[in-house]
Design a protein around this ligand. Structure first.
Ligand code: GDP
Length: 313
């Protein structure tokens, strides 16, 4: 990911090499190149505008460091502005004062939620926590089995309706597209959190159902779960490969469930990556984790400064 953006920016900076000082037209040309590189990488227009305004103002401003040549200065400014649009500081997971810490996952189907649930559980387990996964995606029959497999790989327990906890509801028909859910996800989520309290799990990660496109029924379901279990964190998982659609999807989920943090998944892919760069900026919510592969170990805590350096490397 970001290879092409990275190459384009490096080429832009090459043009500044050997210049004694930067004229206004040097700055304008550089900013124009950066703008094109960002747009070609699928970064959303408002984000590009904010970014290039910041770079231009600072490059033309009085901010002159004796230690850096003009080219290095522009690299530093671009780096700082990238860190800014990526959310600035690293945001740690908010742990509840009174455990369990409850984490709700939301996102489109196929975004990588279930896989991420296992990765996060393993990461937290390795840090000494005692996580419980809760399978509240009852929309796809195999979603529960998938979470059980993921839990097994992570070496954690999964609370699932198969254990006889279908919530005392008969199968209900989803009014959307005639798909069936086979239990009440709100009940399962609540029962899962209840189990965690009784059995001493200190983190509960609740997987929810998604659709291939934003769907009001499922958004309402996620909201109902959220209102019932009052999570400490609502993490929105987004596939970094979905390109320009990322921004609208993120805004729809922000409106729908008001998430507290973002998980960028599939960052190991070769998409242009600009959409991923836009999400924190347009929603004002921090990117907290990156998913970088299909294995349980393929998770990173997201550090805006490290990501910026990686792009500018
Ligand atoms: P969900 O429908 O949101 O629960 O998505 P899944 O967790 O089932 O993931 C959908 C597909 O994407 C699966 O084939 C996963 O193996 C794959 N996947 C998930 N996360 C990543 C990732 O970070 N990188 C790559 N390359 N594939 C991923």
């Amino acid at each position: 990911m970001f290879t092409s953006l990275s190459d384009r920016l490096t080429a832009t900076f090459q043009n500044l090499r050997g210049k004694g000082r930067l004229s206004e037209s040097d700055v304008n040309a550089t900013v124009r190149d950066i703008r094109m590189a960002l747009l070609d990488a699928d970064v959303a227009l408002p984000v590009v505008k904010e970014f290039t305004r910041g770079v231009r103002e600072r490059a033309l401003g009085s901010e002159v460091s004796q230690a850096l040549n003009p080219g290095q200065q522009v690299v530093k400014i671009v780096n700082d502005e990238l860190v800014k649009i990526l959310g600035g500081e690293t945001r740690q997971l908010q742990l509840a004062k009174n455990p369990p810490t409850v984490i709700l996952l939301a996102g489109l189907q196929g975004s990588g939620k279930t896989t991420f649930a296992g990765k996060l559980a393993k990461l937290l387990k390795d840090q000494g926590h005692y996580p419980l996964l809760v399978a509240a995606d009852l929309q796809r029959p195999n979603a529960v089995t998938q979470l059980e497999v993921v839990a097994d790989r992570a070496g954690v327990v999964c609370f699932a309706p198969e254990q006889g906890n279908v919530g005392g509801h008969d199968a209900v028909t989803d009014s959307g597209e005639g798909t069936h859910s086979f239990g009440d996800p709100v009940w399962v989520a609540k029962a899962g959190v209840g189990q965690a309290k009784v059995r001493g799990y200190d983190v509960v990660i609740v997987d929810t159902a998604g659709r291939l496109a934003v769907d009001e029924n499922l958004m309402q379901q996620a909201r109902n779960i959220r209102d019932e279990i009052q999570p400490d964190e609502v993490l929105f998982v987004i596939d970094a490969m979905i390109g320009q659609a990322a921004v609208d999807t993120a805004l729809a989920f922000q409106d729908g469930v008001d998430f507290t943090g973002v998980v960028l998944s599939k960052l190991d892919g070769d998409a242009r990556g600009g959409a991923a760069l836009s999400v924190a900026s347009v929603t004002g919510r921090p990117i907290m984790y990156a998913s970088i592969g299909e294995q349980t170990k393929d998770i990173e805590v997201f550090h805006p400064d490290r990501m910026a350096s990686r792009i500018l490397d």
